[in-house]
Every structure is written in C-alpha cells, then in structure tokens.
Design a protein around this ligand. Structure first.
Ligand SMILES: [Zn+2]
Length: 370
C-alpha cells in the first residue's frame, strides 16, 4: 500500500469519526432531554461543617469503623478562606462569603466593610419563590445560619438577627436560640409574632409529615442544642430528613443549609472526643444526604467548611494500630479547606479558589437569580 493510500484512508477515517460525533451531538432525543432538565429548578443542599478542615475529615477515616462517606465524592476542590480584615477568618466572615458572594470583615453578618447590607443567596431565591431552609446545632441566630438571612454589623446582635429571620421568609428552620425569641431585652414576643405570621412553631421536638404549604420553626433549646457527647442524639440527621421532605414536597425548587456546628467547638476546647464525635455525626448525616441526592435528580450537594479549628494533626499514638488527635491551637487556622460536590453541576466545584466563589458557582448553577 502506498503512503498516499494510507493517508487517504486515514482522512476517510477521520472524516467518519467527525461525522459520527456530530451526528450524536445533534440528535433530537438528547436535545429534548436537555430542554426538559432546564425547565426544572435546581435544588441545592449546602452542608457546612463549622471548623471542619482536612484533619477533621481525616479523623472520620480512622475513627468511624466503616468507610467515611466523604469517599463517595469524585469532584473535590479547595477554598482560600481569608476575610477582608483577617488572614484567619471567623464563621461570620466565612458564611458572609458563602451567602453573599463577597468577602467582608470578621464578625460581619452579610454586610460589606462599610456595613452596607449585601443580598444573600437565600433572599434572592425567596424572591424566585424557592423554598428555603436552615438547620444549625447552635442558636439559629449564630453567625453561620444568620449570614443567610440577616444583615447586622456584629455577630453578637442576636435579638436583631432573630427579628430579621421573621422578615426573611425562610420556610423551615431548626436549631436552638429560643431565648432570643421569647426572653428579649425589648420585651417583644417574637415567637408569637412568628405564629401570627403563619409559622407553625415548636419548642419541644421535631415533627414528621409537615404540610408543604406551611412554614415551620423548631427552636429546641434556649441557647445551643447539646453537643453529641452531652446527649444530642440524632437531631442533625432527623432535622435534615424532615427539612428535605418538607422543602421537596412542592416543585418550586429549594435551598437547604445544614450546619454541623460543634466540630468547631471541639477544636476550641481542644477536646478530641468532642471533635471526632461531632465529625462522625456530620458524616452520618452526609451519608443520608448522599443517598438522597443519588435518588433525586436535579439536586446539587455542596459540602465545605468556613475554616479549620484547632490546627489539628492526626498523628502517632502509643499503639501502632491506632492514631491520636493533636491540637496546635485553640483558635481557627488559615488552612485551605476542601469542597466536595455531588449531583447536578458537581464538576463546577473543582480547583482552588476563594471562599466567596462558592456563592458564584451556586448562583451560576441556579441560573438567573441575580
Ligand atoms: Zn470557631
């Protein structure tokens, strides 16, 4: 066979491959499927492990006794977490970046460095008739959940934050912080105001079988819900199940933020048992959510943290077959923080980027919500 003949067979083959590819690309069934998908609103589940850096996640691989649910992720990235005022962020600065898409100073609740209100992803979605939900183990007015619905210049303004939860229109919330609703310095009965506004409120226990057309507020502790080692039980998992059931009952799309709050507190207390137990509780809830995402199309799960807490190392113990947890500080650290994504748009979260870009990626995935 001559070189020319070989070349022409080669070009024919190339032409055939190109032709076949373009045929598949332009075929009608695929186009139709894409159109149907675009019409449905994307559901977003955003899980934040407060203080959950790579060492905390690593601890779930050694202490769980079965595979960590984090092993199920294929699309992983890292975020840089510094705020505008501090290289080492706090939860307020971190959550403001996630909620608004802009970095600010430490202690700010979704206001800019000149204390101007910055709209949040939850507020934008409320305007688009999305269902929204917030779950925290601390007070629902604590920095991480607060940044999704409130705008105040300092994270300790709990009573103002609680009042702004009422005007935010959030459809479901579960956590602690009852005293900021019932025992207020201004004497207002905010709990009663929520009921007057149509919320079904409960300060005793979570309930199943919620009505999709109603709004719910579960405030199950005066301050924080107890930590796992102090007897919390399965609140994080149960609240997540109830919220997903309620929010997904209508077709309007939903945004749910779930915070595993006490991984951070384990780091501040340099308490390895607390840190690991909280991490395993988060991992258990994550397992449920991963199965949920697997069986519910058009849903995106993003899991990350605001910062690492404790400067933790998982190192040698006195036994060759086990490890020990070491703390180098009782403060937050500036480490890169992993981001895990599963479901629709999961590829968008690869790479190394700033914490506020998580918000931009979510907004892009959600389409036109600006
Ligand atoms: Zn902290």
């Amino acid at each position: 066979m001559t070189v020319n003949k070989l070349l022409s067979i080669g070009s024919l083959l190339t032409a055939f491959i190109v032709f076949s590819c373009s045929q598949t690309k332009d075929s009608q069934p695929e186009k139709a499927e894409a159109t149907i998908k675009e019409e449905k609103p994307l559901n977003v589940i955003f899980m934040i492990g407060d203080g959950m850096g790579l060492p905390q996640i690593t601890s779930s691989f050694y202490y769980k006794g079965s595979p960590s649910n984090f092993e199920q992720f294929k699309n992983i990235g890292f975020i840089k977490t510094s705020s505008k005022s501090h290289k080492v962020t706090d939860s307020a600065g971190g959550a403001t970046a996630f909620a608004t898409g802009s970095k600010t100073y430490n202690r700010a609740i979704s206001v800019s460095t000149d204390t101007t209100n910055m709209p949040t992803i939850l507020e934008k979605l409320e305007e688009k008739n999305y269902k929204t939900g917030l779950i925290s183990l601390t007070s629902i007015t604590h920095a991480t959940p607060a940044c999704f619905y409130a705008h105040v210049k300092d994270r300790d303004m709990h009573e103002d934050i609680a009042a702004q939860l009422l005007t935010s229109g959030t459809d479901f919330f579960a956590g602690g912080g009852l005293k900021y609703f019932t025992k207020r310095a201004d004497g207002k009965d905010l709990y009663g105001d929520f009921e007057k506004a149509g919320y079904i409120m409960d300060s005793t226990s979570l309930k199943n079988g919620l009505d999709a057309d109603k709004k719910y507020g579960f405030l199950l502790a005066e301050e924080g819900i107890p930590s796992k080692i102090d007897g919390r039980g399965d609140f994080l998992l149960d609240a997540t199940k109830v919220a997903l059931e309620q929010l997904s009952a209508s077709d309007s799309g939903y945004f749910l933020m779930v915070e595993g709050s006490y991984i951070d507190w384990g780091g501040h207390a340099k308490n390895a048992e607390m840190m690991v137990t909280e991490m395993l509780d988060f991992d258990k809830t994550l397992g449920y959510v991963l199965d949920y995402v697997e069986s519910h199309e058009n849903t995106l799960l993003v899991v990350t943290a605001d910062h690492e807490t404790g400067g933790v190392a998982i190192g040698k113990s006195d036994r060759a077959d086990s490890v020990a947890v070491y703390f180098t500080t009782d403060q937050h650290t500036a480490e890169l923080i992993p981001v895990f994504a599963k479901g629709e748009h999961e590829d968008d979260f690869r790479g190394i980027y700033e914490n506020n870009e998580i918000n931009h990626k979510l907004v892009d995935a959600l389409g036109n919500i600006k």
